[in-house]
Design a protein around this ligand. Structure first.
Ligand code: FAD
Ligand code: SF4
Length: 462
């Protein structure tokens, strides 16, 4: 009989006082005993609301049952039926919005720690050598290219290869993984985990090439001639800025640049590495999403005196994962809610010295149901700062759309899809942040998997 009333195990983490000074992983993987005890809480619900609310439909009760039995190979194979990036998803998916948010135990005893169990399964199966890449079907003779190597293209490429196609991934940067590598810091997602998940896709026979910027190195139309189908999973890597006075001052970064320097170029190891990063005494991060939390927590590890996240709404409206907000707070990041940035204050050398804000109160809900911030007249104040990091969102880079005039994009620059989910070009498919303008790892993967199914159907009719 299951024991649902056993208290939920949230897992162990590095001590905040220690971890705020290093880039080692914050959360630890369950031991086998801990995993089995947590798995024993699951009721194996026949209607599996957890699985129904997972964007890629991971077989959650079945993999948890296998963990409970101690059969890690079976647990891993259950997950791998629908998701080939389990060690990544177990670490970074917003489980509270998907599976764990719908677990029947949530209200009374606390949801099963599904993310922790997924991570345990992937890490343990990999360590024991039983995490197996699916065997591809017989060769179809069709060639498909996936642009970008973020979660969306990785998921699409793996599904296409599973169906027997010859699949190539082209990546603009010198390393694979997209935001997983250049955006999400190693203390949340170790680089080794990304490498291993990419190796699983490589082991299936998918070919990878770095340093290929489609639209510059090679045009989309040339790829269309060379391949039977194309998947665009090029993400949304262009940072949005505020457009306020002083924004071009020395010491202002977009979160994208700040995080890329730290995560991709490893600037926190400078001068051992070539790229430097300097934050001074006081850092302000603008925004309330995962990028803002990641930027603030990276900045904290560079050891300034203060790091403050300034957000224009209240805690309730913050879109970041709950765990990231809590971890940031534990590490000493301060939060200033209900403020709108008005001007970056600069000295005579154009170096940042502060940020002028206006205070807000919450007004009527907007179209998404979030209450709007309304400025309070005469409430301006200046917060001292040496570094300001703008983390208010990203949009797609126009490199491909600008060099492919027939590819329709919306006013927001995302690739437009018709009612059947098709782009304006035959044989060209798209998904992930390039169609959503910014979402989550799982939604990007879901798009990649669904596009692979559409590509399979398209190639059958070719
Ligand atoms: P990306 O991950 O952006 O990958 C696109 C890839 O395409 C990149 O590698 C890029 O270099 C490459 N590319 C771009 N243009 C070209 C071109 N012309 N030619 C060749 N290659 C090209 N989601 C979560 O679920 N949980 C989190 O904790 C989380 N944290 C986040 C933290 C940060 C800092 C950010 C920015 C986002 C976070 N997200 C999180 C969102 C999530 O990472 C994205 O939604 C997801 O990565 C989108 O996947 P994608 O494959 O569409 O694009
Ligand atoms: Fe187990 Fe919760 Fe899913 Fe039910 S809803 S099968 S208890 S994880």
């Amino acid at each position: 009989m299951p024991n649902p009333s056993t208290p939920r195990n949230n897992g162990h983490q590095q001590d905040p006082a220690v971890r705020r000074k290093n880039f080692d992983e914050v959360a630890h993987t369950f031991t086998k005993e801990e995993a089995q005890k947590e798995a024993d809480r699951c009721l194996h619900c026949p209607t599996h609301p957890c699985q129904n609310s997972c964007p890629v439909g991971v077989h959650i009760p079945d993999f948890i049952a296998a963990v409970k039995e101690g059969n890690i190979e079976k647990a891993a194979s259950e997950i791998m039926k629908t998701s080939l990036l389990p060690a990544i998803c177990g670490r970074v998916c917003p489980q509270e919005k998907h599976c764990e948010g719908h677990c029947v135990l949530k209200a009374k005893f606390g949801s099963v720690n599904i993310g922790g169990l997924e991570r345990f399964t992937a890490d343990t199966a990999r360590a024991e050598g039983v995490l197996k890449a699916p065997t591809p079907a017989a060769a179809t003779g069709k060639k498909v290219v996936c642009i970008g190597s973020g979660p969306s293209s990785l998921a699409c490429a793996a599904e296409l290869r599973r169906a027997g196609h010859d699949v190539t991934v082209l990546e603009a940067l010198h390393a694979y993984g997209g935001v997983l590598r250049y955006g999400i810091p190693s203390f949340r997602l170790p680089r080794e985990v990304i490498n291993k998940e990419v190796e699983t896709v490589q082991a299936m026979g998918v070919k990878f090439h770095t340093d290929v910027l489609v639209g510059a190195t090679i045009k989309l139309d040339e790829l269309r001639k060379e391949y039977d189908a194309v998947y665009i999973g090029s993400g949304a890597g262009l940072p949005m800025m505020l457009g306020i006075p002083g924004e071009n001052g020395v010491g202002v970064y977009s979160a994208n640049e700040f995080l890329t320097r730290i995560n991709l170029m490893q600037a926190y190891k400078f001068p051992e590495t070539d790229t430097p990063i300097k934050v001074g005494k006081h850092v302000i991060v603008l925004g309330g999403g995962n990028s803002a939390m990641d930027a603030a927590r990276c900045a904290m590890r560079l050891q300034p005196e203060t790091v403050t996240i300034a957000y224009r709404r209240s805690r309730e409206e913050m879109p970041a994962r709950v765990a990231e907000v809590e971890h940031a707070q534990e590490e000493g990041v301060r939060f200033e809610y209900l403020v709108t940035p008005k001007e970056v204050v600069l000295d005579e050398n154009k170096h940042v010295t502060g940020l002028r804000f206006t205070r807000n109160e919450l007004g009527e809900p907007d179209a998404k149901g979030r209450r709007r911030p309304v400025e309070i007249a005469g409430s301006d104040f200046v917060m001292p700062a040496d570094t300001i990091i703008i983390a208010i969102g990203q949009r797609p880079n126009p490199t491909i759309s600008k060099t492919t005039p027939d590819l329709k994009v919306t006013e927001r620059g995302v690739i437009a899809l018709d009612e059947q989910g098709k782009t304006s070009l035959p044989g060209v498919f798209a998904g992930g942040d390039i169609i959503r303008g910014g979402a989550t790892v799982l939604l990007a993967m879901k798009d990649g998997i669904e596009a692979a199914q559409k590509i399979n159907a398209y190639l059958e009719g070719k």
